[in-house]
Design a binder for this molecule. Sequence first.
Ligand code: RRO
Length: 312
Amino acid sequence: ASLRTEFLGRQYENPFMNASGVHCLTIDELEELSNSKAGAFITKSSTEVEREGNPEPRYYSTPLGSINSMGLPNRGFKYYLDYVLDYQDKHPAANTPFFSVAGMSIDENLKLLRAIQDSAFDGVTELNLSCPNVPGKPQLAYDFEVTEELLSKVFSFFKKPLGVKLPPYFDFAHFDTAASILNKFPLAYVNCINSVGNGLYVDLETESVVIKPKNGFGGIGGEYVKPTALANVRGFYTRLNSSIKIIGTGGIRTGQDAFEHLLCGATMLQVGTELYEEGVSVFERLLHELEDIMNKKGYTSIDEFRGKLSSL
Ligand code: RRO
């Protein structure tokens, strides 16, 4: 079977990427992704000014996944823009890395996107509307009015391919409202899902929380979140215009998890918690596991089953 994937008119060897935030803070980490079997990769969400992020410990691995309250640590927008522009020059035949931005305000997001629009960047931009971990800053995409206002302003000038990273939704009324707003814009894709915000993990032995920021509250990833991720992939796949692609993120630990995301309608697949656990060798394992499943089922390409989840 072939894992070759077309996304936004570009060809990728396979659909696997890192989830933004994991293994993409520094140029060293980004270069490791570039040299891995990942089909594509994305930078850490950046802000105009570099940020240290929240106090440590701020990431904790649990038996079923992870909890994090990193607080948007990043080297600053220019560091990542310089990296991707340099990457384009050095690898003219390769796909440019995806570029994630997460401004701290509407105006900062607009400023960063204007800078991308005015640059030579020829890749795909991801606007993070769902960071759960900056104290005092709610997840933007839970406020539908502000989301629509922001996207209206963005698309008045932004002409390069743009996707949005969404938080998980948990009600059909919210899927309906979110999709009706997203369908008004020439979005390239939506990425479902960011971490499930503000979970709490308790350590029995110490009778304590496990991360320092926000009294232990943080975004949940890994096995815990796969059913929620699949529901969001499927919920948006069935509601969005077919021109808006889906990136599936959440609970991808095995080839089976990847297959399920594709069956629900995802085109690209992002790996967060399991990449943190295993390092970049996770991609080679996942692509072999996915290929094995496809071979056993008699599929020769992903297009033969993408989105084709059966109902009862
Ligand atoms: O840096 C973080 O705390 C973080 C971000 Br920006 C995000 O979008 N999702 C997440 O789980 N952590």
